[in-house]
Design a protein around this ligand. Structure first.
Ligand code: 13P
Ligand code: ZN
Length: 281
């Protein structure tokens, strides 16, 4: 069934696990992550970035998700990832997305609060939950290049959450989007310090390539949503390349799509065990 992230993440927080949020780009990836959720009896968040929504519309992704979610036993949310404007947040909200991230992390503190609270006000009127970001996750996501990023300041986090009214908070503790050149060193004490002053679910971005044991430690310290994007793209493309290498004359997109889909499903099932969401339903 299609649900919002509100109850899903509060449930995860209460029971000390996290829900995986997986970025999809096409129908096969939607099928893969939902099949993984069904097989693992896990709640799941499916998300799309602004550039993904330029490739195909929110209506198209939502229709794919809905068609499968309506028949699924597990709770499924569809989330705007790194929403970069009030307008896009409202577009996805009106279209029927059940969860929205507004990413004002590149803006000065007061402007981030103003933008986030404007989205919160509109979304909460329809019981749709809002994720915000304070401090910025490094690396490249979409057209945004945050370089080294800037860590979340725990002393600012409490005020930010209270004043913006957001339902979950993305924290910058040393992860980065994209492929890591060196294993990232996460500031786990900072995460605990944020947890001490903020009581809403916390979100880890840039998780592809982060050691599973480190992810588990983050979940223990209060992360309730874990985002994976790059590794799903890699898994899908590996499947496509393999089929085309085995048989360069392949012309049926179903042939390579199916292999890519299978690899994404396997990856997502593994990560559901890492974040602890498997067998919760
Ligand atoms: P990765 O691409 O590094 O997995 O990051 C995912 C993410 O944070 C999506 O918002
Ligand atoms: Zn992210």
């Amino acid at each position: 069934m299609l649900v919002t992230t509100k109850k899903m993440l509060l449930e995860a927080q209460k029971n000390h696990y996290a829900v995986g949020a997986f970025n999809v780009e096409n129908m096969e990836m939607v099928q893969a992550v939902i099949a993984a959720a069904e097989e693992m009896h896990s709640p799941i968040i499916i998300q799309t970035t602004p550039s993904t929504l330029k490739y195909a519309s929110p209506e198209l992704y939502l229709a794919n998700v809905k068609a499968l979610a309506n028949k699924a036993e597990v709770p499924i949310a569809i989330h705007l990832d790194h929403g970069n404007s009030f307008e896009l947040a409202m577009q996805t909200f009106r279209c029927g997305y059940t969860s929205i991230m507004i990413d004002g992390s590149q803006k000065p503190f007061e402007e981030n609060i103003a933008l986030t609270s404007a989205v919160v006000k509109a979304a909460h009127a329809a019981n749709i939950s809002v994720e915000a970001e304070l401090g910025s996750v490094g690396g490249k996501e979409d057209s945004l290049d945050n370089g080294e990023g800037g860590y979340t300041d725990p002393s600012k986090a409490k005020e930010f959450v209270e004043r913006s009214g957001c339902d979950s908070l993305a924290v910058a503790i040393g992860t980065a989007h994209g492929v890591y050149k060196h294993a990232p060193k996460l500031d786990l004490n900072r995460l605990s310090a944020i947890r001490e002053v903020v009581d809403i679910p916390l979100v880890l971005h840039g998780t592809s390539g982060v050691d599973d044991e480190v992810v588990k430690e983050c979940v223990q310290r209060g992360i309730c949503k874990v985002n994976y994007a790059t590794d799903l793209r890699i898994a899908y493309t590996r499947g496509v390349k393999e089929v085309l290498a085995e048989n360069p004359d392949t012309i049926d997109p179903k042939k390579y799509g199916a292999r890519g889909r299978e690899y994404v499903k396997q990856y997502v099932m593994e990560k559901m065990q890492v974040v602890g969401s498997a067998h919760r339903i």
